[in-house]
Design a protein around this ligand. Structure first.
Ligand code: SAM
Length: 334
């Protein structure tokens, strides 16, 4: 059956084609900038979408709403049981769909091969330090070796280009940007530094304490020659720079100090079936209840279109009236 496609258009003319799907709010790390040491109260199982519900919503997005890329995230997506099967079912929807995964890498050594075989294209792996003691201080878990093994397995399985995400925290790892970059380049991974955002469950973020992209660049520039990469950035969040003339690059994602909302092409689906038109949205649209009440694909698509139309021009972090979303990053899907 051929169905008409309605783009996920907002009133500022942006069209969302990149769907971030959170598979679970649970995580096996406790990164200090994300959640408290004791963890959070997880979603009850009955609120989390089943595999069938999840795949149905992805299908509606792909078949009816022009979604061209699906990124699985969380929480930690690798802790979701049956992940390779979900990936395979998403792959079966369309051979041309870009499928990627954002992960902390724990368990990737075992799962990289099956995920690649299921049709996953790429992974982004979060690693904030290559010093075991700093990694353990940030994540509250002594698991750096697992991440390193996971990265090797991802590269070997062809899940490249393998990208690394790092968040710098003042007086914790902000002096380690150059060594992280050197290590990434030596291993053939593409490193990007993400500015810390006000999305932690503890509400501990402060504009004054966060490490800005400018500071990160200044620190890197003491050891590397950085020149803006010529390829147009498009809707990609990372600004890319050639390192020492290239071909290696480094990216900075300056979500706070140089927001890129005007080029945003993203939409999010939480593990409990809520559409969010922005990471910082304060409203969600409940597709789970509609789906469980028997809504048709057309009805679900229409609700989704309506949810996107109301997307705000920008996240407004720098605005004095900014209010942090009720749900933390781990529950929204980073
Ligand atoms: N567990 C997976 C991981 O570690 O990549 C996926 C979810 S995690 C929320 C996605 C990314 O968001 C990670 O790179 C993490 O470092 C980043 N992140 C979490 N909280 C953040 C915050 N407050 N500001 C900036 N980035 C954050």
């Amino acid at each position: 059956m051929v169905v008409a496609t309605t783009p996920l258009l907002d009133r500022f003319g942006r069209i969302a084609t990149d769907l971030r799907v959170s598979l679970t709010d649970r995580c096996n790390l406790r990164c200090s900038y994300c959640m408290p040491a004791e963890g959070l109260e997880w979603l009850p199982d009955e609120r989390v979408l089943t595999d069938d519900e999840l795949v149905r919503l992805i299908r509606v997005g792909v078949e009816r709403l022009g979604i061209r890329e699906v990124r699985f995230t969380g929480g930690e997506p690798l802790v979701r049981r049956g992940l390779a099967d979900i990936v395979a079912r998403a792959r079966a929807l369309s051979a041309g769909l870009e499928l990627s995964l954002t992960t902390n890498g724990l368990g990737l050594a075992r799962l990289a091969g099956p995920l690649a075989a299921a049709g996953l294209n790429r992974v982004n792996v979060s690693i904030d330090s290559i010093r075991p003691e700093t990694y353990a201080a940030v994540t509250r878990r002594d698991r750096l070796h697992d991440v390193v093994e996971g990265l090797e397995a991802a590269a070997a399985a062809g899940l490249g280009p393998v990208k690394l995400n790092a968040v710098l925290l003042r007086k914790v790892n902000d002096d380690q940007a150059p060594e992280l970059l050197e290590w990434a380049i030596a291993h053939g991974y593409q490193l990007r530094f993400i500015e810390q955002m006000p999305l932690d469950a503890q509400h501990g973020w402060s504009r004054a304490a966060m490490v800005t992209a400018e500071e990160t660049m200044a620190r890197l520039a003491k050891e590397f020659e950085l020149t803006p990469a010529v390829a147009p950035r498009g809707s990609a969040p990372a600004e890319l720079f050639l390192v020492d003339g290239g071909p290696a690059t480094v990216g900075v994602i300056a979500s706070v100090t140089r927001p890129f909302c005007g080029d945003c092409d993203r939409v999010r689906l939480t593990a409990d079936g809520q559409v969010r038109n922005c990471l910082f949205a304060r409203e969600e649209s409940d597709l789970r209840t509609a789906l469980r009440a028997g809504a048709s694909d057309e009805d679900l698509a229409q609700r989704w279109v309506t949810a996107m139309a109301g997307k705000r021009a920008g996240h407004g972090i720098d605005d004095p009236s900014f209010l942090q979303p009720d749900r933390p990053m781990s529950a929204i899907g980073g």
